[in-house]
Design a protein around this ligand. Sequence first.
Ligand SMILES: [Zn+2]
Length: 325
Amino acid sequence: MNKKMIVGVDLGGTTIKLALLTVDGQFIEKWEVVTDTSNSGEKIPLCIAYAITEKINSMNGSKENIVGIGIGAPGPVRLEDGLIFEAVNLGWKNYPLKEILEKEAGIPVVVDNDANVAALGEMWKGAGNGAKDLVMITLGTGVGGGVIVNGLVAHGKGGAGGEIGHITVKPEEGSPCNCGKEGCLETIASATGIARIARDKVKNSKLETKLKYYYENNNLTAKEVFECYSNGDQVALEVIEEVTKYLALGISAVANTLNPEKIVIGGGVSKSGSVLLNPLREKFNQYAFTPVRNSTDISIATLGNDAGVLGAAYLVKKFVLKDVN
Ligand SMILES: [Zn+2]
């Protein structure tokens, strides 16, 4: 076993996903470890280094075969030196992840924000299909965003470039967002936002709706909304109309600014597929500038949970191996 390999790491608040890949992005091994966030996350770099060493040893391999470790981390990142400005759910503030992990592992490390990394993964191996101008929006518990222009991630001055989830789409009477503002896209198009809108509508609607049953059983999530929508439920339709309206508003603003080749929608909510995509595209066509509407494609992400580790591996390919343009 002497071929060159890359380690891709998707660092989350509850689990760390790891993968060993060939330099072409073929999976060799995929595994997970629990994230130890005790003592302000001080054990995390050691856990990552240990997980990699253990895996290499179990394969009778050598660390010499690993050309680099790419990591997607939650929070704004400074690409040059792999500093995490802040990762609230890991307990990190101004944390020099690259420096610490390179010391622990003895392998070059490249770090970027997790949403940016997912965008790179989809660009390289997923729905992006190699498009160098791509915007990815991840609709999960929150709303993440990654903007790639001509193959490069837009980080901006403070590492917060591409934070599409915090575009204010509802300037009046918006719900409070985790970021401290009100009316952010995240408060509407995240799984949490969709469930909240559904609860509000159920409370105020006189229409017959199955959502009421889920609500009364404390079981009303985004999933039930999409399910009821597919079955023609009128209140679920109202919820999806509202969600896709604001999502299209945010996306079209980004698209009118960048005219990307692809907009890729990922995250748990995107599993609803065409149920989300069709009304979204209809409203996008209404809000987007005509040349943008005619040239920007919207599609659902294809990599699922693998986008993070693949994008992280791409960081190594680009910045350590320098074999992408
Ligand atoms: Zn916000």
